[in-house]
Design a protein around this ligand. Structure first.
Ligand code: UD1
Ligand code: CA
Length: 455
């Protein structure tokens, strides 16, 4: 018997006040619904059905790469109606777990515990006790604590409204049970909807014990209806990521001020200062320090690297012992070898900088191959773009590039060459020579500086 997971995601999300369907809004690096699909895959679903509606095709279009079955619910007539829409595609005889597309942070541990309860009795219901249960369906139990039914907030009597144990919406039962029950749902309630929650009383009538379990933490069952709740869940996600890093030995100057939107893997003794954002896949080697206000995206940083504050590292590789920033920008396809230095206001793009080379101040190096032990002086620019195409600059080992040099690509500079400050290099520079393209300095004696005319 396999596991079918049905994810309900057809709600309008009006309170997000956004043109984007609610389930596509991100928490961390992924949309709400993607979190839920990933969780469904991780707990071993052998089929995933996503019920979508409002926002029409944008949801399946955006997530077209995902291996899920998309079920369109034309009209949102309630949670029971939504599950019924998916039921014809659910494999006969399977277990069924219902999740919500706008509840992104449910852990695998919590869902495994729920599935264990389902296996025991035939019905598992995830519930939680809330200090303020307003709006939620209440769990009605008898005198000995047996679950009898769920009453929605809007349909509840005063005594029922005092119940603090609520329905999270997440439940597990069999395809066979749903097949039997969903057809009998009625919409004779205050909201005129087909409530999935009415199957609880049907289970009880069929002598199936509705076994309940609780999430490991309350935030795991929180849904998103507005931007405040979205930000609240982002905060929980940020904290989970920070705690995982600290548990792995990473030093965070302030765990509340780091964002990991993706996967960050760190070696031992990594230190991260405040307000650093990591995106995508980032790997950091042992002993490396990342300064305040940096953004690092899809990059690999070696051991004992120092990244000083306000630097941006995007799709780049940084060798051991390198020193970057402050205020450096490494754009995609930058490769810095070991012990390189890239200083302030330096932009590097699609370039390889060899071992021990330095680009310390105010330079642009793009589409370039730079050898080892090269010094690139302040204000050097590779003129890589002719208005139509990009061209390569090749610099050998042990080259000294004087300040304020323009290297007009395509151009090559041989090993050990020296370029005088202020040069515009348009032709190949042979190894070992001094190249200079500088207007000779002239002196005008007895020159008078203009003075202001008196009125
Ligand atoms: C539902 C539960 C309530 C529970 C609460 C937890 C019912 C009747 N009530 O109430 O007991 O405490 O969730 O948040 O189930 N959806 C569809 N199609 C529909 C209606 C809803 O796909 O026709 C989806 C929504 O996108 C959402 C989820 O189902 O992801 C829950 O719908 P919502 O309207 O938020 O249910 P509540 O009234 O909050
Ligand atoms: Ca809701």
């Amino acid at each position: 018997m396999g596991l079918s997971i049905v994810i309900l995601a057809a709600g309008k999300g009006t309170r997000m006040r956004s043109a984007l369907p609610k389930v596509l809004h991100p928490v961390g690096e992924r949309g709400l619904l993607e979190h839920v699909i990933d969780t469904a895959e991780n707990i071993g679903a052998d089929e995933i059905h996503v019920v979508y509606g409002h926002g029409g095709e944008i949801v399946p279009q955006t997530l077209s790469a995902r291996a899920v079955n998309w079920v369109k619910q034309e009209q949102q007539l309630g949670t029971g109606h939504a599950v019924a829409a998916a039921l014809p595609s659910v494999k006969a005889g399977n277990d069924v777990l219902v999740l919500y597309g706008d509840v992104p942070l449910t852990s695998e541990t919590t869902l495994s515990a729920l599935m264990a309860e389902y296996k025991r009795t035939g019905f598992g219901l995830l519930t939680v006790a809330l200090i303020d249960p307003t709006g939620y369906g209440r769990i009605v139990r008898d005198a000995v604590g047996k679950v009898l039914r769920i009453v929605e907030h809007k349909d509840a009597r005063a005594d029922e409204l005092r119940i603090q144990e609520v329905n999270t919406g997440i439940l597990a039962t069999s395809q066979a049970n749903l097949q039997k029950w969903l057809g009998n749902l009625k919409n004779d309630n205050v909201q005129g909807e087909y409530y999935l929650t009415d199957v609880i009383a049907m289970a009880v009538a069929d002598d199936i014990e509705v076994a309940t379990s609780q999430p490991s933490a309350e935030f795991e069952v929180l849904g998103v209806n507005n931007k405040r709740q979205l930000a609240e869940l982002e905060g929980h996600y940020r904290r989970i990521k920070a705690e995982t890093l600290m548990d792995a030995g990473v030093t965070l100057r302030d765990p509340a001020r780091i964002d990991v939107r993706g996967t960050l893997t760190c070696g031992p003794d990594v230190e991260i200062d405040v307000n650093v954002v990591f995106e995508g896949d980032v790997k950091i080697g042992a002993g490396t320090r990342i300064g305040a206000n940096c953004v690092v995206r899809n990059s690999v940083i070696g051991d004992n690297v120092i990244v000083l504050e306000n630097s941006v590292i995007d799709q780049s590789t940084v060798g051991d012992g390198a020193r970057i920033g402050p205020f450096a920008r490494l754009r995609p396809e930058t490769e810095l070898a070991a012990n390189t230095h890239v200083g302030n206001f330096v932009e590097i793009k699609k370039a390889r900088i060899g071992q021990g080379s330095k680009v310390n101040h105010l330079s642009y190096v793009g589409d370039a191959l730079v050898g080892a032990n090269v010094n690139i002086g302040a204000g050097t620019i590779t003129c890589n773009y002719d208005g139509a195409n990009k061209h390569l600059t090749e610099i050998g080992d042990d080259v000294f590039v004087g300040s304020d040099t323009q290297l007009v690509a395509p151009v090559k500079v041989g090993n050990g060459a020296t370029i005088g400050a202020g040069s515009t290099i348009t032709k190949e520079v042979e190894p070992g020579v001094l190249a200079l393209s500088r207007v000779k300095q002239t002196t005008i004696n007895n020159w008078q500086r203009p003075t202001k005319k008196s009125k």
